[in-house]
Design a protein around this ligand. Structure first.
Ligand code: FAD
Length: 326
């Protein structure tokens, strides 16, 4: 794919402090200004509530022209609770979901797994489709050129993305198991994959190829982020369970200034993004950590932002060179 045609999307999480909540609208506005395919909002991760996710999603729907994607997990819920939750998100205008199973609390009494009634992500995908079908079984579609009463009936569909793990989910025994899980999610009606964070283009490219060979037909977006400090890198490794990319870790450790570390992280991510797009990735999904500057600088450096995109960032446009992408 030519880099100028490349698509991108962003992930946000609901703010956890008043200060973060006050800063988020400006970040959303800056991200929305570069016309991403969608902005996704996490759910339940880090103890955030349903209301907190919905508040951010509503801001995206009501105040921007960007499509909002709601992460949804029903871990620990009864069937009725899950049904109610999905309906609430649909009623709020959400038509794009990222269905994830979620993680139960670690400190459960022996014999309890805390998963709840919805045992797998595939079941959650099916349930979202079912609730949507019950809620809006048919819509009217007027046909241009035909009398006003001539309408076609159609069903409004939702997009359901699911998580993919290029280096295996921590509980998985093999990559084949992860690809089988993706196939199960596809059979349930998922139509997009978004990967867990990873640090090497080959991890994604090999995984995407194996998934396609096994019969996964939906696009799989690589999820990446600019890591601009050793603390951020450490946190990402804890969250993702990925192996430490030692070259990046050393570069960040030896660089004495914050500005220098930021540059290293943005450049590193821009090279990774370019290699993924050159290798055939259908786009890039960026974990923003609720900060727009680093991801916009990175996209600008790859050369994928729309005309005038550099104005949305605070660093000058610098397309990745041949050497950087080698
Ligand atoms: P699955 O992919 O269904 O299962 C994980 C692994 O278990 C599979 O890869 C496979 O190895 C194995 N497995 C599952 N089903 C089967 C089966 N039928 N047969 C064999 N093996 C199987 N968590 C949150 O709480 N909130 C969020 O907003 C959130 N967003 C996320 C976004 C992304 C892009 C990613 C990658 C993860 C996110 N998570 C989130 C984390 C997610 O909840 C965890 O990964 C959780 O441990 C599993 O959920 P899952 O949907 O990934 O599970």
């Amino acid at each position: 794919m030519s880099c100028t045609d490349a698509r991108y999307s962003f992930e946000l999480y609901p703010p956890r402090t008043e200060r973060a909540a006050a800063a988020l609208p400006a970040t959303i506005d800056r991200l929305a200004a570069v016309h991403p395919d969608f902005i996704s909002v996490t759910y339940g991760a880090g103890g955030s509530s349903r209301t907190a996710s919905l508040d951010v999603l509503r801001y995206i729907i009501e105040r921007t022209d960007v499509s909002a994607m709601a992460h949804l997990t029903c871990v620990g819920s009864s069937h009725e609770e899950a049904h109610r939750l999905i309906r609430e998100f649909l009623d709020a205008g959400i038509r794009r979901f990222l269905a994830v199973r979620g993680d139960p609390p670690a400190d459960l009494p022996a014999g309890e797994d805390g998963i709840g009634d919805i045992r797998t992500t595939a079941e959650l995908v099916q349930l979202i489709h079912r609730v949507q079908a019950e809620r809006a079984p048919y819509g009217e579609l007027s046909v241009p050129g035909l009398p006003a009463q001539a309408v076609l009936q159609h069903r409004e569909h939702v997009q359901i993305a699911v998580a993919a793990f290029p280096n295996g989910h921590p509980s998985s025994h093999s990559i084949s198991q992860d690809i089988d899980a993706l196939l199960a999610k596809q059979a349930a009606g998922a139509n997009l994959g978004i990967t867990q964070l990873f640090f090497h283009a080959e991890d994604y490219l090999h995984f995407a190829q194996r998934a396609a060979e096994a019969g996964v037909t939906f696009p799989i977006l690589p999820g990446i982020m600019p890591v601009t400090s050793p603390a951020r890198l450490k946190r990402m490794l804890e969250l993702s369970g990925e192996d430490l990319p030692s070259d990046l870790a050393i570069e960040l450790e030896v660089e004495p200034t914050d500005e220098g570390r930021r540059e290293i992280g943005i450049d590193w991510a821009a090279r990774l993004g370019r290699r993924l797009l050159d290798g055939g990735a259908p786009g890039l999904h960026l974990y923003t950590f609720n900060q727009h500057e680093a991801v916009l600088s990175m996209l600008d450096r790859i050369g994928v932002l729309p005309e005038g995109g550099a104005e949305h960032t605070h660093t000058p446009k610098k397309p990745a060179t041949e050497k950087e992408t080698a």
